[in-house]
Design a protein around this ligand. Structure first.
Ligand code: NAD
Ligand code: MN
Length: 340
């Protein structure tokens, strides 16, 4: 069997806790399926700066470049100053233009919306996240929104290709082209052009503010959501709320060469270091990674165990109404794989 070399960034806040839980589950799965992982672990952000003088150590860049696959915990980004987001920087550096975020209900969680199953494709490299900001004078700040034909067309293609391959019926492009006539207008134009190549898939356009209301009133009308960087960021957190919260929703940052798998949530400083975090979002990101590595047996084993633990409902974390800690939850998943 091959040994997969994987760059591991535990991150900060709840990052190290959910990463340790996820790695322990993957190691237990690997023992059963005969797969093996070689984890190359790096700090990033404030922790890395304290140790190396760099927010993203050169060795981390080199590791991702060599391994092509990373599993990453959340990294805290200072507000209103300080260093640029590590996440945004890595996505841009490796041109990980497609942020794939499946939002799917797990068994046993009581929410207002059973059986949610939608996918968000978020453009991941441009929009207001280009970081082009200046103070025009002390009282006027300017942020530039960059939308390109190339960026819009390739995220649209990702969404439609995925829809075609996985039998999805509908793609909604989410925009605000009534106001941002040029930038969002170009985005929409590119989406429509790509849509014409996929006549078997229904294509629709919704304005983003209305979409927020529609998602809360009737989320079932959506199948694949295709959108720009900022709207995708916001809609992802909204959609996580439909299925039980940020503790659940995974993500993949995909480019032509490399992939970084990470949860939608951040470093959750309010619960960090207390064994309270739900590792499910990162674990499900790791399941996406296992599929990416063609470790289908391991992916299915972990997925099955995760669903068993949710269906039983005895070892769930506090964010979804349980009383278990991060460690106890991960031990229950390992037990459900029959690895104990
Ligand atoms: P957050 O996602 O960290 O937390 C929002 C709320 O959800 C909090 O109440 C938190 O306790 C809860 N939550 C999040 N993940 C959870 C989990 N796994 N289990 C249980 N509860 C969970 O968002 P925030 O507080 O706005 O951001 C905190 C920091 O994270 C900021 O510095 C932000 O920049 C950073 N961030 C990083 C990433 C990333 O690394 N990819 C993504 C988003 C935010
Ligand atoms: Mn976000």
């Amino acid at each position: 069997a091959t040994t997969h070399k994987i760059t591991l960034v535990p991150g900060d806040g709840i990052g190290p806790e959910v990463t340790a839980a996820t790695v322990s589950i993957l190691e237990a799965a690997a023992k059963i399926t005969g797969s093996s992982f070689d984890w190359h672990t790096f700090d990033a952000g404030a922790d890395a700066f304290a140790k190396t003088g760099e927010y993203i150590p050169k060795a981390l860049y080199e590791s991702i470049e060599a391994n092509k696959v990373a599993l990453k915990g959340p990294v805290t980004t200072p507000i209103g100053g300080g260093f640029s987001s590590i996440n945004v920087t890595l996505r841009k550096k490796f041109d990980l233009y497609s942020n794939f975020r499946p939002v799917k209900s797990l068994p046993g969680i009581k929410t207002n919306y059973p059986n949610i199953d939608l996918i968000i494709f978020r453009e991941n490299t441009e929009d207001l996240y280009a970081g082009l900001e200046v103070m025009i004078n002390p009282d006027i700040a300017q942020s530039l929104k960059i939308i390109t034909r190339k960026g819009s067309t390739r995220i649209a293609r990702s969404a439609f290709e995925y829809a075609k391959k996985h039998g999805r019926k509908k793609v909604h492009a989410i925009h605000k082209a009534n106001i941002m006539k040029l930038s969002d207008g170009l985005f929409l134009k590119c989406c429509k052009e790509v849509a014409e190549e996929y006549p078997e898939i229904t294509y629709a356009e919704h304005i983003v503010d209305n979409t927020c209301m529609q998602l809360v009133m009737n989320p079932y009308q959506y199948d694949v959501i295709l959108t720009e960087n900022l709207y995708g960021d916001i809609l992802s957190d909204l959609c996580s709320g439909l299925i039980g919260g940020l503790g659940l929703v995974p993500g993949a940052n995909l480019g032509a060469d490399c992939a970084i798998f990470e949860a939608v949530h951040g470093s959750a400083p309010d619960i960090a270091g207390q064994d309270k975090a739900n590792p499910t979002a990162l674990l499900q990101s790791a399941i996406l990674m296992l599929h990416h590595l063609d470790e289908t047996a391991a992916a299915n084993l972990v997925q099955g165990a995760l669903e068993t633990v949710y269906a039983e409902g005895k070892s769930l974390t506090r964010d979804i109404g349980g009383t278990s800690g991060t460690k106890a939850f991960s031990e229950a998943v390992i037990a459900a794989m029959g690895a104990k």
